[in-house]
Write a protein that binds this ligand. Sequence first.
Ligand code: NAD
Ligand code: WQD
Length: 344
Amino acid sequence: MKGKILVAGGTGFIGSHTTVELQNAGYEVVIVDNLSNSNADVINGIEHITGVRPTFYNADCTDIDAMRSLFEREQGIRGIIDFAASKAVGESVQKPILYYRNNLNILLNLLDLMPEFGVKGFVFSSSCTVYGEPDHNPITEDAPTKKATSPYGATKQVSEDIIADVIRSGSPIKAILLRYFNPIGAHPTAEIGELPNGVPANLVPYLTQTAIGVRKELSVFGNDYPTPDGTCIRDFINVVDLAKAHVVALERMLEDKSDKPLEVFNIGTGNGVSVQQLLDAFERATGVSVPHKYVERRQGDIVQIWADPKRANEVLGWKAEATLDDTMLSAWKWQLKLRERGIM
Ligand code: NAD
Ligand code: WQD
């Protein structure tokens, strides 16, 4: 065993896939999640894939007493990956206090307790949302961040600043900020995936729900953008590839591969893919056609953004590997599994 890692938000979409990769790499995983946006059944899915059942605490990370007693019981935690957050951009505009309170208190509690319990490494789930609309693509980590367009985005910017301030103050920890682009897909076994809550705001869950008939048709928001086919461009990153980036980031800190206490990496493929191209890839990979219509632009959407992942490729030795077609197929297999289970 390489040691014990606390995965906050570990029953969520990215946290569950990362738990699998951590266990595959020989780490012992302790998950803490309050199940506000996930389900405890995910633990079974993780166990089916890896043969190992992670320890699970149903607790709220904003509750510092609960978190302290977790650290007291689970002696020897070497690293934390902090996925726990509220993440719906639209909801954050309606409920800013909820978003600031939840996302920032989780972070503050974990950073506060780390030195007390000798935890060395911290990986934080940041987002390409910190860049706003880029002046140039692909975008590098040194590009300026722009004013957040939602309270959710603001929590990511403020969180990055808080981590930097805590490290600057001399806290004996190391941190890596991973700026994810657009995570999509599911584990190829279809044992775990994204569990959408209500009507999905994100493209891929809406697309797969349309393909299976839960939704009537997919609305493509805007086909008059200044892009080759008129639809927006994103960097869609396979969730298993994304999960693997966390393992290498953690290892870098725990094995002192760098003397920098704080580093930031873009986690994307480096390829800009349009909404139309993604739709075409889904239909090609699955043979299932998706009823769709072209509608007005969605307010607040970035026109185009994709990552320059060179730093992650060269420094972390990490690279996105999955093809877009395989990723779409994994999303479809997961949607079929949800149907089989009577969930969607
Ligand atoms: P998710 O909602 O599936 O997972 C987050 C988990 O955190 C959920 O299981 C939820 O129950 C839990 N949680 C929330 N508040 C909690 C609290 N107070 N205490 C304990 N658990 C709590 O989301 P995800 O897509 O897996 O995202 C993980 C992280 O990555 C988030 O921080 C998100 O902001 C960030 N991120 C996500 C995306 C994306 O598109 N999915 C992109 C960039 C960054
Ligand atoms: C992708 C593209 C839509 C739905 C969001 C957050 C961002 C980050 C990732 C966390 C856009 C189009 C979508 C639909 C559509 N999350 N679309 N029809 O907006 O790039 O990023 O998730 O940090 O912060 O904002 O992702 O999946 O919502 O949209 O045409 O029904 O698909 O207009 O161009 P987005 P998305």
